[in-house]
Ligand binder design. Sequence first.
Ligand SMILES: [Zn+2]
Length: 269
Amino acid sequence: MKTIKVLWRQSSALLCRNIRPIPFVCANSLHSSTKSPFFVSHTLLPEDINFPTNLPHNAPNQLFQLFCSESSLNTMLRRCWNCKISPTSSELFLVCNSCQCIQPVDPSVDYFRIFGLERKYDIEGSSLERVYKDWQKKLHPDLVHTKSESEREYAAEQSARVVDAYSTLKNSLSRAMYLMKLQGVHVDEEQTVSDPELLAEVMEIRESVEEASNSQALKLIQAEVQEKMKQWSEIFAKAFRVQDTEEAVRAIHRMTYYKRANEEIVKRL
Ligand SMILES: [Zn+2]
């Protein structure tokens, strides 16, 4: 138990200070003589360390398992699982530039980084599209079918993550919600809004949709709804820039209603 505490203390120290390489002893090696301890000879930099932040405080066993799994260790130290080479700190690590091996999903890489974008609301749709196509090519099953089973699995996971990232960032509402989530603010889409101005507007849109006699009339209402969506998307952008959380959340609620109204119109078209 003493060793556990020492290891825990060493790892905690790593989180707090930039220190010289520390030998980590695999927990298995403490219990089995067949495995020799492995040591981390890599010089640790703060950006190299990708510790999970949600470990329970009383989780030395989980921490041990973490150290014992070489793939977890590679993720933490950002080393290629195959050739063990570390990328430069600014490099996105989905494919190793040295051996071209596909890497496991790194959940600490957010969707904006996948697309090489700054974490901001206003993004260029064309650059999103271009990078998405590049990723699709690199991770396409036809291109990785000759690779090892692990790499094919990693490619499938990476590919699913890229698709999630693309659909989240492409849509103005989901992008806004994702940005807030990255800031630690969860916006409940289902939350009932009591803003009387918005409720009156929603009623009005609903009535005009129900009364619309043809697709031309519906398209006119749709154009209005899309314009409203654009306006509130701009309000969100401004609120996000000045870190006005209340206004940003308000804008998201508005956008949620316009999205639903649009879906209703599309159903009838
Ligand atoms: Zn490699």
